[in-house]
Design a protein around this ligand. Structure first.
Ligand code: UN1
Length: 510
């Protein structure tokens, strides 16, 4: 495979070992994490693992930077984020290519991810003038009462490989306008994307004479994540990844009474009713299941299909799956690239085996692709299995393009099946019936954080609050009023009378 790597040069990532950037001049620990592209297996670069001593230095710098940053007026903080958005526009092509090459998602999705970063920058710039608090009427005369929002301090961000740049920006761009400083640990499976985002941000901080500790990067596996979750100097940890990881982080942060914002596993379903438009079903379901090779937390994993539509849906999907082109994601002819690594391939194969052992019937077979173009060993076939709602494998999130399809009779039954999983991130119904869609959206409907009508389960816009219930962790990131998770609320009462009347009419005369 011949991949032009000019994009690495544009992102100042020419050297084989770009090292980590933590806001410090030099940061080489001598231990490295290599990043191999799942596209062709080639070594893209290495980052040095952050030691405990280096972590302490990063936190000290971040603490120092917070003292300056929290006093910069919020709209001026928004101006820095605006400049970052501009820089991302300039580097959209190169950064999108790096995302595609390091993570394996299709180039259009790589660009889409950078677009998601740009969108959140725009959102955060506007937000920087809208961090509103409420004013209340005091029960005491000549008193004023209101609430104000202050920055919290250092926000620790732990992100996953599947959205190696966008998820960090959802958190950090919002946190930054709120006046927090950010320390980011990207996934060790896509660390070079983290270095690129960091380099671009550091240039902007330098140009504006702002302390580099406002945005920092640390690298490593769960041990570095543990430095963060156990560190009382980090009042908020925002973690994206598996439910298993989230439970550990939640317990560690809770034991020091810190705050968490968790965005964990999904097991997202689409309900297809007799009133569904098949064209809409096709794009929504196939992109949901196959996009990003099934490695989104919002990927469609289950189709719950009305009896009357079942055979038709099976037929239409099987035909569509036959047309999916799998290969180098940088080639825009391909719909689907590789899984992130061979361990992911193994998990995919194990899930297929388990599904078969539990009696699932594969109507589109899976398997690992071999031969020319597939040398990295990470390319697999998307597959579809007829399954039962209660099978253990159907209850599990497998980060791979495996779609389980099942039947229902009544809408109530379909909603019950949809809700009958431990996770609660995203959900959808395909219908042109107002009654069906309203039932799905009612309090007795979907129990997920995201509920869509005639849209697949993935591909949320940044303007809404993103996250889900149950084992998805309950956090909300990105749009709407998610910013409140990054700030502390202060209720203030001011007495401008000459006496001190006590609330609730209490008398205390001296
Ligand atoms: C994720 O997979 O962690 O809604 C995030 C979507 C994307 C974000 C997914 N905007 O599919």
């Amino acid at each position: 495979m011949n991949i032009n790597r000019d994009f690495l040069r544009e992102l100042q990532l020419q050297s084989k070992n770009p090292g980590t950037w933590t806001g410090m001049q030099s940061h080489d620990s001598g231990t490295y994490i290599p990043s191999h592209s799942p596209v062709d297996g080639a070594l893209i670069g290495e980052v040095s693992v952050t030691t405990k001593e280096q972590y302490e230095e990063v936190i000290a710098k971040a603490q120092e930077a917070f003292k300056t940053w929290r006093m910069v007026p919020a709209p001026n903080r928004g101006e820095i984020v605006r400049q970052y958005g501009e820089a991302l526009r300039k580097h959209k092509d190169a950064l999108g290519r790096l995302v595609s090459y390091e993570m394996g998602k299709s180039l259009t999705e790589g660009w889409g991810e950078v677009q998601e970063m740009i969108d959140i920058c725009d959102f955060a710039v506007g937000l920087s003038r809208q961090l509103y608090g409420l004013t209340m009427h005091s029960e005491r005369s000549l008193h004023r009462m209101y609430e104000q929002w202050h920055p919290m301090g250092i926000v620790g961000i732990i992100s996953a490989f599947n959205f190696p740049v966008a998820v960090w920006s959802w958190n950090s761009m919002i946190a930054l306008v709120c006046g927090d400083v950010c320390v980011w640990k990207p996934s060790e499976k896509a660390p070079i994307c983290g270095v690129a985002c960091q380099q671009i941000f550091q240039d902007i901080l330098k140009e504006n004479n702002i302390p580099e500790g406002v945005v920092s990067l640390v690298n490593g596996d769960y041990k570095v994540g543990e430095f963060m979750s156990k560190d009382h100097r980090l009042p908020l940890i925002s973690a994206t990844g598996s439910t298993r990881m989230g439970k550990i982080v939640a317990a560690e942060v809770a034991s020091r009474l810190g705050n968490t914002l968790l965005e964990l596993g999904g097991n997202n379903a689409i309900i297809i009713t007799p009133n569904a438009d098949m064209k809409v079903v096709l794009t929504g379901a196939v992109f949901g299941a196959v996009g990003t090779a099934g490695q989104r937390c919002t990927s469609t994993r289950r189709l719950i299909v009305h009896n009357s539509q079942y055979e038709k849906v099976k037929e239409v999907l099987a035909k569509a799956y036959g047309q999916i082109r799998i290969g180098n994601p940088l080639d825009s002819d391909n719909h689907m690239g590789p899984l992130i690594d061979k361990a992911a391939v193994e998990m995919y194969m194990n899930a297929i085996e388990k599904a078969k052992a539990e009696g699932a019937n594969f109507i589109v077979e899976g398997g690992v692709l071999e031969g020319s173009g597939y040398e990295s060993g990470c390319y697999v076939k998307p597959c579809i299995a007829e399954a039962n709602k209660d099978m253990a494998i159907v209850q599990t999130e497998t980060f791979a393009p495996i779609l389980y399809i099942m039947k229902y009779d009544t809408l109530e039954e379909a909603i019950a099946i949809q809700n009958n999983v431990p996770q609660g991130l995203s959900s959808a119904i395909m219908t042109d019936s107002l009654k069906e869609s309203e039932k799905f959206l009612s309090a007795a409907g979907s129990d997920c954080g995201i509920a869509n009508v005639n849209i697949g389960t993935s591909g949320a816009e940044i303007g809404g609050a993103f996250g889900g219930e149950k084992e998805t962790g309950g956090g909300r990131e990105s749009g709407s009023d998610s910013w409140k998770a990054y700030m502390r609320r202060q209720t203030t009462t001011i007495n401008y009378s000459d006496v001190v009347p006590l609330a609730q009419g209490i008398k205390f005369d001296l």
